[in-house]
Ligand binder design. Sequence first.
Ligand SMILES: [Zn+2]
Length: 478
Amino acid sequence: MRMFLSRLAAILVLLSPLVATAQDASLDSVAKAMGAASVKTIQYSGSGVNFQVGQNYSPDLPWPRFVVKSYTRAASYDTPALRDDLVRLQGEDPPRGGGGQPVRGEQQQIFVMSGDFAWNVTGDVVNPTPVALIDRQLQLWTTPHGVVKAAMANKATVQGRVVAFSVPGKFRVKAAVDGQNLIEKVDAVVPHAVLGDLPVEICYSDYKDFGGVKFPTKIKQTIGGYPALELNVSDVQLNAAVDTSVPDPIRQTPTPYARVTTQMVADGVWFLSGGSHNSVLIEMKDHLILVESPLNEDRAAAVLGEVKSLVSNKPLKYVVATHHHFDHSGGLRAIAAEGVTVIAHDANKAFLEKALAAPATVSPDRLAKAGKKGTVESLRDRRVLTDGTRTVELLHLAGNTHHSGLIMAYLPKEKLLVEADAFTPAPANAPPPPVANPFSVNLAENIKRLSLAVDQVLPLHGRIVPIAELHRAIGHDH
Ligand SMILES: [Zn+2]
Protein backbone atom coordinates (compact mmCIF):
# COMPACT_ATOMS: atom_id res chain seq x y z
CA MET A 1 0.00 0.00 0.00
CA ARG A 2 2.76 2.40 0.98
CA MET A 3 4.63 1.46 -2.19
CA PHE A 4 1.49 2.15 -4.22
CA LEU A 5 1.03 5.59 -2.64
CA SER A 6 4.61 6.62 -3.25
CA ARG A 7 4.33 5.50 -6.87
CA LEU A 8 1.11 7.41 -7.22
CA ALA A 9 2.83 10.49 -5.84
CA ALA A 10 5.68 10.02 -8.32
CA ILE A 11 3.20 9.71 -11.18
CA LEU A 12 1.37 12.86 -10.03
CA VAL A 13 4.65 14.77 -9.91
CA LEU A 14 5.38 13.63 -13.45
CA LEU A 15 1.91 14.60 -14.57
CA SER A 16 1.94 18.07 -13.10
CA PRO A 17 3.47 19.83 -16.13
CA LEU A 18 0.72 18.27 -18.24
CA VAL A 19 -1.89 19.50 -15.78
CA ALA A 20 -0.46 23.00 -16.06
CA THR A 21 -0.69 22.85 -19.86
CA ALA A 22 -4.33 21.79 -19.60
CA GLN A 23 -4.94 24.75 -17.24
CA ASP A 24 -3.33 27.23 -19.64
CA ALA A 25 -5.60 25.90 -22.36
CA SER A 26 -8.56 26.55 -20.12
CA LEU A 27 -8.17 30.33 -20.29
CA ASP A 28 -8.07 30.02 -24.07
CA SER A 29 -11.18 27.88 -24.03
CA VAL A 30 -12.95 30.45 -21.87
CA ALA A 31 -11.91 33.22 -24.28
CA LYS A 32 -13.17 31.11 -27.16
CA ALA A 33 -16.48 30.23 -25.52
CA MET A 34 -17.04 33.90 -24.62
CA GLY A 35 -15.97 35.09 -28.07
CA ALA A 36 -13.62 37.55 -26.32
CA ALA A 37 -11.19 38.09 -29.21
CA SER A 38 -13.86 39.61 -31.44
CA VAL A 39 -15.14 42.03 -28.79
CA LYS A 40 -13.50 45.47 -29.02
CA THR A 41 -16.40 47.34 -27.47
CA ILE A 42 -19.66 46.15 -26.01
CA GLN A 43 -22.78 48.02 -25.06
CA TYR A 44 -25.49 46.40 -23.00
CA SER A 45 -28.79 47.75 -21.74
CA GLY A 46 -31.58 46.70 -19.50
CA SER A 47 -33.40 47.62 -16.31
CA GLY A 48 -33.56 46.62 -12.67
CA VAL A 49 -32.57 48.12 -9.34
CA ASN A 50 -29.38 49.59 -7.98
CA PHE A 51 -28.19 50.63 -4.58
CA GLN A 52 -26.07 53.60 -3.58
CA VAL A 53 -22.94 52.24 -1.98
CA GLY A 54 -21.87 54.07 1.18
CA GLN A 55 -25.09 56.06 1.51
CA ASN A 56 -27.02 53.87 3.95
CA TYR A 57 -29.18 55.42 6.67
CA SER A 58 -27.12 53.64 9.34
CA PRO A 59 -23.76 51.91 8.96
CA ASP A 60 -25.35 48.52 9.78
CA LEU A 61 -28.07 48.72 7.09
CA PRO A 62 -27.96 47.78 3.38
CA TRP A 63 -27.25 50.48 0.77
CA PRO A 64 -30.40 52.45 -0.18
CA ARG A 65 -32.31 51.14 -3.20
CA PHE A 66 -33.27 52.93 -6.43
CA VAL A 67 -35.41 51.74 -9.33
CA VAL A 68 -33.40 51.72 -12.56
CA LYS A 69 -35.82 52.34 -15.39
CA SER A 70 -33.10 52.15 -18.01
CA TYR A 71 -29.44 51.26 -17.85
CA THR A 72 -26.89 51.34 -20.65
CA ARG A 73 -23.24 50.52 -20.18
CA ALA A 74 -20.76 51.07 -23.01
CA ALA A 75 -17.37 49.42 -22.50
CA SER A 76 -14.31 49.95 -24.68
CA TYR A 77 -11.36 47.63 -24.13
CA ASP A 78 -8.63 48.88 -26.50
CA THR A 79 -8.90 52.42 -25.18
CA PRO A 80 -9.98 51.54 -21.68
CA ALA A 81 -13.21 53.47 -21.23
CA LEU A 82 -16.60 52.99 -19.63
CA ARG A 83 -19.79 55.00 -19.85
CA ASP A 84 -22.88 54.27 -17.75
CA ASP A 85 -26.10 56.05 -18.62
CA LEU A 86 -28.96 55.50 -16.19
CA VAL A 87 -32.46 56.77 -15.61
CA ARG A 88 -33.47 56.08 -12.03
CA LEU A 89 -36.38 56.67 -9.68
CA GLN A 90 -36.72 56.94 -5.91
CA GLY A 91 -36.79 53.44 -4.41
CA GLU A 92 -37.06 53.95 -0.65
CA ASP A 93 -40.35 55.13 0.82
CA PRO A 94 -39.92 57.14 2.97
CA PRO A 95 -36.51 58.29 1.67
CA ARG A 96 -33.83 57.15 4.09
CA GLY A 97 -30.12 57.66 3.52
CA GLY A 98 -28.14 59.64 0.98
CA GLY A 99 -27.30 59.33 -2.69
CA GLY A 100 -29.34 62.35 -3.78
CA GLN A 101 -32.58 61.26 -2.12
CA PRO A 102 -35.36 62.07 -2.37
CA VAL A 103 -35.29 61.69 -6.17
CA ARG A 104 -38.33 63.44 -7.63
CA GLY A 105 -39.55 61.90 -10.88
CA GLU A 106 -36.98 60.51 -13.29
CA GLN A 107 -33.32 61.37 -12.89
CA GLN A 108 -30.61 60.81 -15.48
CA GLN A 109 -27.09 59.90 -14.36
CA ILE A 110 -24.02 59.59 -16.56
CA PHE A 111 -20.80 58.15 -15.12
CA VAL A 112 -17.70 58.03 -17.33
CA MET A 113 -14.15 56.71 -17.14
CA SER A 114 -11.50 56.98 -19.85
CA GLY A 115 -7.90 56.04 -19.17
CA ASP A 116 -7.03 57.61 -15.82
CA PHE A 117 -9.88 60.15 -15.79
CA ALA A 118 -13.31 59.75 -14.19
CA TRP A 119 -16.16 62.23 -14.36
CA ASN A 120 -19.92 62.60 -14.10
CA VAL A 121 -22.10 64.41 -16.59
CA THR A 122 -25.11 66.43 -15.44
CA GLY A 123 -26.82 68.19 -18.30
CA ASP A 124 -24.09 70.27 -19.98
CA VAL A 125 -21.82 70.18 -16.95
CA VAL A 126 -18.95 67.74 -16.42
CA ASN A 127 -17.68 67.18 -12.89
CA PRO A 128 -14.40 65.38 -12.19
CA THR A 129 -14.81 62.40 -9.84
CA PRO A 130 -11.33 60.97 -9.24
CA VAL A 131 -12.67 59.20 -6.15
CA ALA A 132 -14.68 56.94 -8.49
CA LEU A 133 -11.81 56.13 -10.88
CA ILE A 134 -10.63 52.84 -9.43
CA ASP A 135 -14.16 51.45 -9.11
CA ARG A 136 -14.94 52.31 -12.73
CA GLN A 137 -11.70 50.69 -13.89
CA LEU A 138 -12.66 47.62 -11.89
CA GLN A 139 -16.14 47.68 -13.42
CA LEU A 140 -14.63 47.70 -16.93
CA TRP A 141 -12.23 44.84 -16.25
CA THR A 142 -14.88 42.72 -14.53
CA THR A 143 -17.43 42.86 -17.35
CA PRO A 144 -17.85 39.34 -18.78
CA HIS A 145 -15.43 40.00 -21.65
CA GLY A 146 -13.28 42.50 -19.79
CA VAL A 147 -12.37 39.95 -17.14
CA VAL A 148 -11.19 37.49 -19.81
CA LYS A 149 -9.09 40.15 -21.52
CA ALA A 150 -7.64 41.34 -18.19
CA ALA A 151 -6.86 37.75 -17.19
CA MET A 152 -4.94 37.21 -20.44
CA ALA A 153 -3.08 40.52 -20.11
CA ASN A 154 -2.13 39.99 -16.47
CA LYS A 155 -0.70 36.46 -16.53
CA ALA A 156 -3.68 34.85 -14.81
CA THR A 157 -3.31 31.53 -13.08
CA VAL A 158 -6.00 28.88 -13.43
CA GLN A 159 -6.88 26.45 -10.67
CA GLY A 160 -9.75 24.09 -11.32
CA ARG A 161 -12.45 26.36 -12.69
CA VAL A 162 -11.14 29.60 -11.18
CA VAL A 163 -9.07 32.16 -13.06
CA ALA A 164 -7.07 34.49 -10.80
CA PHE A 165 -5.04 37.60 -11.54
CA SER A 166 -4.11 40.91 -10.03
CA VAL A 167 -3.35 44.37 -11.33
CA PRO A 168 -0.82 45.69 -8.81
CA GLY A 169 -2.08 48.68 -6.84
CA LYS A 170 -5.52 48.40 -8.46
CA PHE A 171 -7.33 45.14 -7.80
CA ARG A 172 -7.21 41.40 -7.23
CA VAL A 173 -9.69 39.28 -9.17
CA LYS A 174 -10.91 35.68 -9.12
CA ALA A 175 -13.32 34.61 -11.84
CA ALA A 176 -15.22 31.31 -11.70
CA VAL A 177 -16.07 29.56 -14.97
CA ASP A 178 -19.15 27.35 -15.54
CA GLY A 179 -19.43 24.03 -17.41
CA GLN A 180 -19.74 25.84 -20.75
CA ASN A 181 -16.58 27.85 -20.07
CA LEU A 182 -18.57 31.02 -19.47
CA ILE A 183 -17.74 33.46 -16.68
CA GLU A 184 -20.30 32.93 -13.92
CA LYS A 185 -18.87 34.77 -10.92
CA VAL A 186 -16.26 37.41 -10.25
CA ASP A 187 -14.79 38.05 -6.81
CA ALA A 188 -12.63 41.14 -6.63
CA VAL A 189 -10.89 43.18 -3.97
CA VAL A 190 -10.43 46.87 -4.70
CA PRO A 191 -8.84 49.66 -2.62
CA HIS A 192 -11.37 51.94 -0.95
CA ALA A 193 -10.84 55.30 0.75
CA VAL A 194 -13.05 54.45 3.74
CA LEU A 195 -12.91 50.67 3.99
CA GLY A 196 -9.38 49.73 2.93
CA ASP A 197 -9.70 46.44 1.02
CA LEU A 198 -13.25 46.32 -0.36
CA PRO A 199 -14.84 43.08 -1.64
CA VAL A 200 -16.88 43.24 -4.87
CA GLU A 201 -18.84 40.19 -6.08
CA ILE A 202 -20.55 39.90 -9.47
CA CYS A 203 -22.73 36.99 -10.66
CA TYR A 204 -23.42 36.46 -14.37
CA SER A 205 -26.16 34.03 -15.39
CA ASP A 206 -28.74 33.14 -18.05
CA TYR A 207 -26.32 33.60 -20.95
CA LYS A 208 -27.82 34.11 -24.40
CA ASP A 209 -26.33 34.47 -27.83
CA PHE A 210 -26.24 38.04 -29.13
CA GLY A 211 -25.00 38.01 -32.74
CA GLY A 212 -22.46 35.26 -32.10
CA VAL A 213 -21.28 36.53 -28.72
CA LYS A 214 -22.45 35.07 -25.42
CA PHE A 215 -23.65 37.56 -22.84
CA PRO A 216 -25.46 37.10 -19.50
CA THR A 217 -29.01 38.40 -19.26
CA LYS A 218 -28.89 38.51 -15.46
CA ILE A 219 -26.24 40.47 -13.58
CA LYS A 220 -26.11 40.73 -9.79
CA GLN A 221 -23.47 42.65 -7.93
CA THR A 222 -22.71 43.11 -4.25
CA ILE A 223 -20.24 45.62 -2.87
CA GLY A 224 -19.04 45.37 0.72
CA GLY A 225 -21.44 42.48 1.29
CA TYR A 226 -24.65 44.34 0.35
CA PRO A 227 -26.52 44.32 -2.99
CA ALA A 228 -25.32 47.05 -5.36
CA LEU A 229 -26.97 46.14 -8.69
CA GLU A 230 -29.56 43.70 -10.03
CA LEU A 231 -29.89 44.04 -13.78
CA ASN A 232 -31.93 42.26 -16.46
CA VAL A 233 -30.12 42.69 -19.76
CA SER A 234 -32.38 42.99 -22.79
CA ASP A 235 -30.04 44.25 -25.51
CA VAL A 236 -26.37 43.84 -26.41
CA GLN A 237 -24.57 45.74 -29.18
CA LEU A 238 -21.21 44.47 -30.30
CA ASN A 239 -18.40 46.76 -31.48
CA ALA A 240 -20.50 49.91 -31.71
CA ALA A 241 -18.53 53.15 -31.53
CA VAL A 242 -17.85 54.30 -27.95
CA ASP A 243 -16.87 57.92 -27.31
CA THR A 244 -13.64 57.63 -25.31
CA SER A 245 -12.64 61.31 -25.52
CA VAL A 246 -11.90 63.19 -22.31
CA PRO A 247 -13.60 66.62 -22.14
CA ASP A 248 -11.19 69.59 -21.95
CA PRO A 249 -12.27 70.77 -18.47
CA ILE A 250 -11.55 67.27 -17.12
CA ARG A 251 -8.21 66.88 -18.92
CA GLN A 252 -7.12 70.35 -17.77
CA THR A 253 -7.76 69.54 -14.09
CA PRO A 254 -6.06 66.20 -13.53
CA THR A 255 -5.90 66.70 -9.74
CA PRO A 256 -9.06 68.62 -8.76
CA TYR A 257 -8.86 67.54 -5.12
CA ALA A 258 -5.56 69.44 -4.71
CA ARG A 259 -7.37 72.77 -5.04
CA VAL A 260 -8.39 74.26 -1.68
CA THR A 261 -10.10 77.64 -1.59
CA THR A 262 -9.92 79.30 1.81
CA GLN A 263 -12.32 81.85 3.23
CA MET A 264 -11.99 83.28 6.75
CA VAL A 265 -15.52 83.35 8.18
CA ALA A 266 -14.70 84.63 11.68
CA ASP A 267 -11.52 85.13 13.66
CA GLY A 268 -9.94 81.64 13.73
CA VAL A 269 -12.66 79.98 11.61
CA TRP A 270 -11.95 79.08 7.98
CA PHE A 271 -14.20 77.58 5.31
CA LEU A 272 -12.13 75.24 3.11
CA SER A 273 -13.86 74.68 -0.24
CA GLY A 274 -12.81 74.45 -3.88
CA GLY A 275 -14.54 71.28 -4.97
CA SER A 276 -17.58 69.13 -4.33
CA HIS A 277 -17.09 68.87 -0.56
CA ASN A 278 -16.03 71.41 2.07
CA SER A 279 -14.32 71.30 5.46
CA VAL A 280 -14.19 73.87 8.27
CA LEU A 281 -11.09 74.62 10.36
CA ILE A 282 -11.54 75.98 13.87
CA GLU A 283 -8.62 77.36 15.89
CA MET A 284 -8.69 76.78 19.64
CA LYS A 285 -6.27 78.14 22.26
CA ASP A 286 -3.69 75.37 21.87
CA HIS A 287 -5.02 73.09 19.15
CA LEU A 288 -7.12 72.88 15.99
CA ILE A 289 -10.41 71.16 15.13
CA LEU A 290 -11.29 70.15 11.58
CA VAL A 291 -14.93 69.54 10.75
CA GLU A 292 -15.10 66.86 8.03
CA SER A 293 -12.43 65.10 6.00
CA PRO A 294 -14.27 64.14 2.81
CA LEU A 295 -13.58 62.23 -0.42
CA ASN A 296 -10.22 60.49 -0.20
CA GLU A 297 -6.56 60.63 0.80
CA ASP A 298 -5.67 63.13 -1.95
CA ARG A 299 -8.28 65.58 -0.66
CA ALA A 300 -7.20 64.97 2.95
CA ALA A 301 -3.57 65.70 2.02
CA ALA A 302 -4.55 68.99 0.35
CA VAL A 303 -6.72 70.03 3.30
CA LEU A 304 -3.98 69.08 5.80
CA GLY A 305 -1.50 71.16 3.81
CA GLU A 306 -3.83 74.15 3.95
CA VAL A 307 -4.44 73.65 7.68
CA LYS A 308 -0.68 73.71 8.33
CA SER A 309 -0.19 76.83 6.25
CA LEU A 310 -3.06 78.66 8.01
CA VAL A 311 -1.99 77.80 11.58
CA SER A 312 1.49 76.32 11.67
CA ASN A 313 2.06 76.43 15.42
CA LYS A 314 -0.89 74.40 16.72
CA PRO A 315 -1.55 70.69 16.30
CA LEU A 316 -4.69 69.31 14.71
CA LYS A 317 -6.27 67.40 17.60
CA TYR A 318 -9.77 66.46 16.44
CA VAL A 319 -11.54 65.76 13.18
CA VAL A 320 -15.34 65.82 13.43
CA ALA A 321 -17.06 63.30 11.14
CA THR A 322 -20.65 64.47 10.58
CA HIS A 323 -21.72 60.98 9.47
CA HIS A 324 -20.24 57.84 7.94
CA HIS A 325 -21.39 58.35 4.31
CA PHE A 326 -18.37 57.48 2.21
CA ASP A 327 -18.12 60.79 0.34
CA HIS A 328 -17.89 62.55 3.72
CA SER A 329 -15.59 60.09 5.53
CA GLY A 330 -13.15 59.20 2.74
CA GLY A 331 -10.33 61.35 4.16
CA LEU A 332 -10.53 60.06 7.72
CA ARG A 333 -7.98 57.28 7.28
CA ALA A 334 -5.37 59.79 6.11
CA ILE A 335 -6.15 62.19 8.97
CA ALA A 336 -6.11 59.33 11.50
CA ALA A 337 -2.65 58.39 10.18
CA GLU A 338 -1.49 61.74 11.66
CA GLY A 339 -2.72 60.65 15.10
CA VAL A 340 -5.78 62.93 15.01
CA THR A 341 -8.79 61.72 17.04
CA VAL A 342 -12.10 61.28 15.19
CA ILE A 343 -15.31 62.49 16.87
CA ALA A 344 -18.61 61.14 15.54
CA HIS A 345 -22.08 60.15 16.69
CA ASP A 346 -22.50 56.88 18.65
CA ALA A 347 -24.25 55.34 15.61
CA ASN A 348 -21.01 55.59 13.62
CA LYS A 349 -18.48 54.61 16.31
CA ALA A 350 -18.25 50.84 15.72
CA PHE A 351 -18.24 51.31 11.95
CA LEU A 352 -15.52 53.97 11.98
CA GLU A 353 -13.37 52.03 14.45
CA LYS A 354 -13.52 49.04 12.12
CA ALA A 355 -12.84 51.17 9.02
CA LEU A 356 -9.89 52.91 10.71
CA ALA A 357 -8.36 49.55 11.60
CA ALA A 358 -9.08 47.81 8.28
CA PRO A 359 -6.20 46.44 6.20
CA ALA A 360 -5.38 48.11 2.87
CA THR A 361 -3.25 45.48 1.16
CA VAL A 362 -4.14 46.08 -2.49
CA SER A 363 -2.95 49.67 -2.39
CA PRO A 364 -1.48 50.52 1.02
CA ASP A 365 -2.56 54.04 2.07
CA ARG A 366 -1.06 56.41 4.64
CA LEU A 367 -2.81 54.68 7.54
CA ALA A 368 -1.68 51.22 6.43
CA LYS A 369 1.88 52.46 5.87
CA ALA A 370 1.91 54.13 9.30
CA GLY A 371 0.78 50.82 10.83
CA LYS A 372 -1.71 52.75 12.95
CA LYS A 373 -5.35 52.42 13.92
CA GLY A 374 -7.64 55.40 14.24
CA THR A 375 -9.13 56.52 17.56
CA VAL A 376 -12.84 57.36 17.64
CA GLU A 377 -14.69 59.24 20.36
CA SER A 378 -18.45 59.52 20.17
CA LEU A 379 -21.44 61.42 21.46
CA ARG A 380 -25.15 60.79 21.67
CA ASP A 381 -27.00 64.11 21.87
CA ARG A 382 -24.35 66.73 22.51
CA ARG A 383 -20.69 67.31 23.20
CA VAL A 384 -19.14 70.68 23.94
CA LEU A 385 -15.53 71.37 22.98
CA THR A 386 -14.23 74.46 24.71
CA ASP A 387 -10.98 76.12 25.73
CA GLY A 388 -12.52 78.86 27.86
CA THR A 389 -12.66 81.39 25.01
CA ARG A 390 -14.20 79.55 22.09
CA THR A 391 -16.97 76.98 22.29
CA VAL A 392 -17.89 74.41 19.66
CA GLU A 393 -21.08 72.42 20.27
CA LEU A 394 -21.48 69.13 18.45
CA LEU A 395 -25.18 68.32 18.22
CA HIS A 396 -27.19 65.36 16.95
CA LEU A 397 -29.78 66.07 14.26
CA ALA A 398 -32.52 64.06 15.96
CA GLY A 399 -34.93 62.35 13.62
CA ASN A 400 -33.09 63.22 10.40
CA THR A 401 -33.83 60.51 7.84
CA HIS A 402 -30.66 61.30 5.85
CA HIS A 403 -28.69 59.49 8.55
CA SER A 404 -29.45 58.11 12.01
CA GLY A 405 -26.24 59.52 13.46
CA LEU A 406 -25.85 62.90 11.72
CA ILE A 407 -24.16 65.63 13.77
CA MET A 408 -23.61 69.34 13.16
CA ALA A 409 -21.19 71.84 14.71
CA TYR A 410 -22.55 75.04 16.25
CA LEU A 411 -20.40 78.00 17.28
CA PRO A 412 -22.67 80.04 19.58
CA LYS A 413 -20.47 83.13 19.89
CA GLU A 414 -19.90 83.41 16.13
CA LYS A 415 -23.49 82.26 15.40
CA LEU A 416 -22.23 79.78 12.80
CA LEU A 417 -23.67 76.37 11.97
CA VAL A 418 -21.67 73.72 10.09
CA GLU A 419 -23.85 70.98 8.62
CA ALA A 420 -23.66 68.26 5.99
CA ASP A 421 -26.38 67.00 3.67
CA ALA A 422 -29.31 68.29 5.74
CA PHE A 423 -29.30 71.50 3.71
CA THR A 424 -27.32 72.07 0.50
CA PRO A 425 -28.03 75.60 -0.74
CA ALA A 426 -29.12 75.92 -4.36
CA PRO A 427 -27.07 78.24 -6.60
CA ALA A 428 -27.61 81.95 -5.87
CA ASN A 429 -30.87 83.29 -7.32
CA ALA A 430 -32.26 79.81 -8.03
CA PRO A 431 -35.95 79.52 -7.16
CA PRO A 432 -36.74 77.49 -4.02
CA PRO A 433 -37.53 73.81 -4.69
CA PRO A 434 -41.22 73.13 -5.39
CA VAL A 435 -41.30 70.57 -2.58
CA ALA A 436 -39.32 71.12 0.61
CA ASN A 437 -36.46 68.68 1.20
CA PRO A 438 -37.39 66.61 4.29
CA PHE A 439 -33.79 66.63 5.56
CA SER A 440 -33.79 70.45 5.47
CA VAL A 441 -37.16 70.63 7.22
CA ASN A 442 -35.68 68.45 9.95
CA LEU A 443 -32.63 70.71 10.24
CA ALA A 444 -34.87 73.74 10.81
CA GLU A 445 -36.83 71.78 13.44
CA ASN A 446 -33.62 70.87 15.25
CA ILE A 447 -32.36 74.46 15.18
CA LYS A 448 -35.65 75.52 16.78
CA ARG A 449 -35.74 72.65 19.28
CA LEU A 450 -32.20 73.44 20.44
CA SER A 451 -32.79 77.23 20.40
CA LEU A 452 -29.70 77.85 18.28
CA ALA A 453 -29.03 81.45 17.27
CA VAL A 454 -27.64 81.01 13.78
CA ASP A 455 -26.59 83.85 11.47
CA GLN A 456 -24.78 81.86 8.78
CA VAL A 457 -24.82 78.27 7.61
CA LEU A 458 -21.50 76.73 6.53
CA PRO A 459 -22.69 73.77 4.46
CA LEU A 460 -20.29 70.96 3.65
CA HIS A 461 -21.62 71.07 0.06
CA GLY A 462 -22.06 74.42 -1.64
CA ARG A 463 -21.67 78.03 -0.55
CA ILE A 464 -22.00 79.86 2.77
CA VAL A 465 -25.49 81.33 3.15
CA PRO A 466 -27.45 83.34 5.72
CA ILE A 467 -29.90 81.24 7.74
CA ALA A 468 -32.77 82.92 5.87
CA GLU A 469 -31.85 80.78 2.84
CA LEU A 470 -32.72 77.63 4.78
CA HIS A 471 -36.11 79.04 5.68
CA ARG A 472 -36.69 80.13 2.10
CA ALA A 473 -35.74 76.67 0.79
CA ILE A 474 -38.35 74.99 2.97
CA GLY A 475 -41.03 77.61 2.31
CA HIS A 476 -40.88 79.29 5.75
CA ASP A 477 -39.91 82.73 4.57
CA HIS A 478 -43.01 84.61 5.66
ZN1 LIG B 1 -24.75 61.94 3.56
